[in-house]
Design a protein around this ligand. Structure first.
Ligand code: GLU
Length: 302
């Protein structure tokens, strides 16, 4: 593998960092080092490339939405999940409740907060937070994933908007199993500490249709992995998903902690950590970095 292409991509990402800002609406996230950047690659032939801050722990935030979606598809089944939450891109901000309130009786998709809160409510009777944290460790091939209590408490002290969404969902009969518990489970999942390398691992598992790249063990149903990757492509970058799909064409999920998880199907898992975010809440280094890689290595899905 030509390491220079990855180094060049890293530099392209680095150049964009000053144009963004770290998230501060969860005060604890505001402590992140704005200039941090890590790029971790894991390929199907077992090679790894780690450049920059690939071992720094940071919270998954919205990347946990794909973990919870996968778990819900496994334990509740396709029909039960998609009866409650749609699979269409929303074109709205990740924490919007306008469309849900005015025009819909279902969240648009499981990647926006209303959809993820709905998924959390579906999981409540089936899996505890500890079960879900174990599942996260399993599919990220990372035993060291821990719960970041400081970030959790910081978000719970500033959670009015997500609480409003959760109660709106209850008023529409979409959340049936405990509003506060769903909110707490969702926020706990957002507060799991990963690294860019754990995200690359998870990306590789998804790329291999749910298989552990080392042992070959099936960690996730292949159909579940296929659904997760499709939703990542269409909805993974919030209201920036369309442009990202055109320019980069690699299914990717972002989180406001600065993480990005990308899947090059059958070939590669990519994990990025860069807490400087663009105005839509996506790691600002991610797009130029991944766009460069996509072009140089011909990774666009189409
Ligand atoms: N915990 C965050 C929230 O609900 C996650 C958002 C994100 O990563 O985009 O606001």
């Amino acid at each position: 593998m030509n390491i220079e292409i990855f180094e060049k991509a890293f530099e392209k990402g680095k150049e964009a960092i000053p144009l963004g800002n770290v998230a501060t609406y969860i005060p604890e996230l505001g402590k992140a080092g704005k200039n941090s950047l890590g790029l971790s690659i894991y390929t199907d032939d077992g090679q790894r490339i780690n450049i920059g801050d690939t071992q720094t722990r940071f919270t998954m935030q919205s990347i946990s939405k794909i973990v919870s979606l996968a778990a819900a598809l496994e334990v509740c089944g396709f029909d039960n999940v998609f009866e409650k939450v749609g699979m269409e891109p929303s074109g709205e901000a990740f924490n919007s409740l306008v469309e849900l309130d005015l025009n819909s009786n279902r969240p648009f998709n499981p990647m926006i907060n209303s959809g993820a809160l709905t998924v959390a409510s579906l999981l409540l009777p089936k899996m505890s937070f500890l079960d879900l944290a174990d599942y996260t460790r399993l599919i990220c091939l990372d035993e060291e994933i821990t719960f970041n209590e400081a970030v959790y408490k910081s978000e719970m002290a500033n959670v009015s908007r997500n609480r409003a969404i959760a109660y709106l969902l209850e008023s529409k009969g979409i959340i049936e199993n405990g509003v506060e518990e769903s909110l707490s489970l969702y926020t706990k999942m957002c507060s799991l500490n990963v690294t860019a390398e754990s995200l690359a691992n998870f990306g590789m598992v998804l790329a291999l249709e749910g298989k552990n790249p080392v042992s070959g063990e099936q960690l996730m149903n292949p159909k579940v992995a296929q659904i997760v990757k499709t939703i990542m492509l269409t909805c993974g970058m919030y209201d920036g998903s369309g442009e990202f799909a055109v320019r980069v064409g690699i299914p990717t999920k972002s989180g406001v902690g600065g993480g990005l998880l990308s899947v090059v199907d059958k070939k590669m898992g990519i994990g990025i950590y860069g807490p400087s975010l663009d105005e839509k809440g996506n790691c600002i280094a991610g797009r130029p970095l991944l766009e460069y890689l996509s072009k140089e290595l011909n990774l666009h899905i189409l």
